[in-house]
Write a new protein. Sequence first.
Length: 136
Amino acid sequence: MRIIIDTNVLVSAVLRDRDPELVIQFIVDHPEFEWVVSQDILTEYKEVLSRAKFRLTQAIRDQWFNLLDTFPTLIEVDISIDFPTDPDNAKFLACAIAANADFLITGDQGLAEGKNLISTVVITVASFKNLFCDVE
């Protein structure tokens, strides 16, 4: 299964641990799940995690950057989506289409409004956890 992870889920995993980190670790540990990113998404992940307001130590930032550089599958996205509600999130919808992703995990209600533009299931961390992580 191909999975797109919204930046807010990644940030929650880094800052709070708990369910978002558990879901990301589950995806990493289970080869039947493929975390897919575009270059724009990868750049956003790193830019956001580098923000001073999060006060991440260099060691924690390096740990997550190493994961981001080695684990997700980087794909070429040659389409664009018109998503006027939240243009910054259009890259996630475009990546979902280009990757033919099964799930887009997000905590952003605005991004969930884009679900009618894609065939990918837009799902919360809690719902993904209930469907997959809690059944092992």
